[in-house]
Design a protein around this ligand. Structure first.
Ligand code: SF4
Ligand code: SF4
Length: 247
């Protein structure tokens, strides 16, 4: 599938409309090669009301980056020639409210850079112009900024930027391939949250850190708090960075 990336700014106008009336409806939900972030997995497994183990086993496949050794979790497409997303239906996405960030962003791609001096994040956007997508050139015309607002993607981007930061740290501190137990810890603490929780409360995984009691209570109930703890634990256990409890 050929595609063209065209840089675009938040203030630029975007002539694009995705509608079930378009002849291409659902075409973007097949031939998937879609990596999921830990926050994508969290939202989807919460939405379906199943455990992270069940979600990962049923709907995703796992491989490790050949050079980084980092886990890559992808949607497992439906069997058959069209390789559709497991959540696409004739009426559209069955997990629309909790769809992954990349689905919300499409046909935009987003990259970020953090200033070394100020720590400020700059965002860069590009339009992915793929021949199968017929939404281009259609009304309404709106600024990229407005279109993004309609996709409700800010929370996903905020949470996913934490993963980008972690990968950037890994590239600085451990530039080679992550192997064995280190790669397993990365996967468990970020993607398999229910297993991580069980390791904390049933197998005393984090006892030496004296996590405050009120924070322990939040970890028990809140997957977002648990994911933030997972990010902190990976930073500590793989890169030796002091753990911080809380946002
Ligand atoms: S999660 Fe929804 S929007 Fe994303 S590929 Fe699957 S069906 Fe399409
Ligand atoms: S291919 Fe493009 S216009 Fe068609 S449904 Fe997907 S995003 Fe919308």
């Amino acid at each position: 599938m050929s595609e063209e990336m065209v840089p675009i700014d938040l203030k630029n106008l975007m002539n694009f409309n995705c509608s079930f009336e378009n002849e291409c409806f659902n075409e973007c939900c097949r031939d998937l090669n879609q990596a999921l972030t830990p926050y994508d997995v969290l939202r989807l497994k919460n939405s379906l009301g199943i455990s992270s183990q069940d979600f990962l086993k049923t709907y995703t496949s796992l491989h490790y980056g050949p050079e980084s050794g980092l886990p890559v979790v992808e949607f497992k497409p439906n069997p058959g020639k069209r390789h559709e997303c497991p959540f696409v239906t004739p009426k559209g996405c069955s997990v629309y409210q909790d769809r992954p960030a990349s689905c919300r962003m499409y046909p935009l791609a987003r990259a970020i850079a953090r200033s070394r001096e100020t720590g400020e994040i700059s965002e860069y956007f590009a339009l992915i112009e793929e021949p199968h997508c017929k939404g281009f050139g259609k009304k309404p015309s709106q600024k990229v900024k407005e279109w993004l607002k309609g996709q409700n993607v800010d929370k996903h981007n905020k949470e996913n930027d934490k993963l980008i930061e972690l990968i950037s740290l890994k590239n600085q501190i451990l530039p080679g391939k992550l192997e064995g137990a280190a790669a397993d810890k990365f996967y468990m603490a970020l993607y398999d949250l229910d297993e991580f929780r069980e390791q904390i409360f049933e197998k005393n995984l984090l006892d030496k850190f004296n996590i405050p009691e009120d924070h322990k209570e939040k970890i028990k109930k809140d997957n977002e708090v648990l994911l933030n703890l997972g990010l902190e634990w990976v930073k500590h256990t793989l890169f030796g960075i002091k753990m911080i409890f809380g946002e």
